[in-house]
Design a protein around this ligand. Structure first.
Ligand SMILES: [Zn+2]
Length: 476
């Protein structure tokens, strides 16, 4: 080897002479520097990082490219800064190699610290090209990488991130609800990023998210949309007042309320109030409210159902079809004869009332209507005929003594107690017969006269069909 000739890179490489190769990086000839950098890259020695990083600022573009290649081959947290700096090189060739190194190599580096530092640095320099890589990194196995990526997306400010951020936030919130294993840090970062990104420029992205399959995503999108104060958004929210998804309808209405929108007294107003489930105000918008009220009626809970029914009555509406909605309507009015008239379509409605109405008197009425339709049920009344008769005596004319007398005679005739065997009756506080007392003083519930619920235990729970009191054989 000549004393002052160029270093023999092939020989140094073969001997894995790190010191020699590092020294060669400082040689004046660009070809030597490039060969030395290429040789050092795969060796991945930590000592080579500083000298290679220094070459990222070399005057020769070929050398800078080689330095970037060598640093990216090594990876790890210490190469992040020089590679990020190279993204800004004035030579397009260097920039292209640096971009590959950063976006492909560093964002998948096995070292999570390197991935996180890369994501953070990309946000700091607001690298517009980094959006795709950062979006991918939002699914990184490491939470700190996910958070850093989300924050950088917010810094870069590209609305392309809005949709994926909403999906991720919805996913985290869903996980929190179902498994409690969400990441609060990611959730918070995503929320803050959306605060930054969701301005007028994000309208299209948010609108696209309204077509997402997940209701949680749609809900977040409409809520974000509703916070953007612009006439275009108000118009868009108005268009979603009759969305097929009730969550979207409600969020759109709430958003309109927030921006001070005043509902007109027409079809749009009716949709607005229906979305908020304000049925009286919905009806105040006139006949346009009718189809909305009718559609909401069968799905509403008992209390809401009566509000809807009142609203429909105020619009002078009456059912014209003999369907389940009509049956619900008449049942809510307590018009059981109309339910019987409707026939088969009323059966399901009546069954629901028999099983779940809040008062036992409603259950009795529905069971009686079912009986009239030839649909006898084994529960919750063993003898609906006896219950109905006893209630009609109790509700009829006469003094309390006369009613007790009549009920005593009726129950003796029906063999519900035996006066000849010295049995006596005992009464609910409402005056309904509930218990027979045997000669020896033992008390027994007259179960044929009561309503019962099987709540999973062996013994059913018994209730007075007149006053809903729970009955046990023990004395009151
Ligand atoms: Zn009672």
């Amino acid at each position: 080897m000549p004393l002052f000739g160029p270093p023999n890179i092939a020989q140094l490489e073969a001997k894995r002479d790190i010191q020699g190769l590092i020294k060669a990086l400082a040689y004046k000839d660009a070809g030597v520097k490039i060969a030395a950098a290429d040789a050092l890259g795969p060796l991945g020695d930590p000592m080579a990082v500083e000298p290679l990083a220094a070459l990222v600022k070399d005057e020769d573009a070929g050398v800078r490219r080689a330095a970037v290649r060598a640093l990216s081959a090594r990876g790890g947290v210490r190469v992040v800064e020089p590679l990020i700096a190279a993204l800004d090189d004035h030579d397009p060739g260097v920039r292209s190699v640096a971009a590959q190194a950063v976006y492909r190599r560093m964002m998948t580096d096995p070292d999570q610290d390197a991935r996180r530092e890369t994501a953070t640095a990309l946000g700091r320099i607001k690298a517009a090209d980094a959006v795709d890589s950062l979006l991918r990194a939002m699914t990184d196995p490491d939470e700190t990488v996910r958070v850093a990526s989300v924050r950088s997306l917010a810094s870069i400010g590209d609305v392309a991130a809005v949709g994926p951020l909403i999906v991720m936030l919805a996913h985290e919130q869903y996980r929190a609800k179902t498994s409690g294993r969400s990441s609060l840090a990611v959730e918070r970062a995503a929320g803050q990023a959306l605060d930054v990104l969701c301005d007028e420029n994000a309208v299209d992205a948010l609108q696209a998210a309204l077509d997402h399959d997940d209701a949680e995503v749609r809900e977040l999108a409409i809520k974000r949309l509703a916070r953007i104060d612009s006439p275009m958004v108000a118009e868009m929210l108005e268009a979603h007042l009759d969305d097929q998804d009730p969550i979207i309808r409600r969020s759109a209405a709430r958003g309109l309320a927030e921006v001070g929108w005043k509902p007109p007294s027409d079809g749009t107003g009716a949709h607005y109030w229906a979305a908020l489930r304000e049925w009286r105000r919905c009806a105040e918008c006139g006949p346009a409210a009718i189809p909305l009220l009718v559609a909401a009626f069968p799905r509403a809970q008992a209390l809401e159902r009566s509000e809807i029914q009142t609203a429909l009555v105020s619009l002078a509406w009456e059912p014209t079809e003999s369907d389940a909605t009509a049956a619900s309507y008449w049942a809510a009015q307590g018009n059981w004869d109309k339910c019987v008239e409707i026939g088969a379509p009323a059966v399901e409605v009546l069954d629901a009332i028999v099983k779940g109405a809040t008062t036992w008197r409603e259950r009795v009425a529905a069971a009686a209507a079912l009986e009239a339709l030839g649909e006898d049920r084994p529960a919750p009344f063993a003898r609906i005929d006896l219950v109905r008769h006893a209630l009609s005596v109790l509700d009829g004319d006469g003094t309390d003594d006369e009613k007790r007398h009549a009920l005593t005679a009726f129950l003796a005739e029906e063999h519900q107690f035996e006066p000849s065997g010295h049995q006596r009756l005992d009464w609910c506080q409402c005056g309904y017969p509930s218990t027979r007392i045997l000669k020896n003083g033992t008390r027994e519930l007259i179960t044929d006269l009561l309503g019962f619920e099987q709540d999973g235990s062996d013994e059913p729970a018994y209730f007075c069909p007149s006053c809903d009191a729970r009955r046990t054989a023990a004395a009151d």
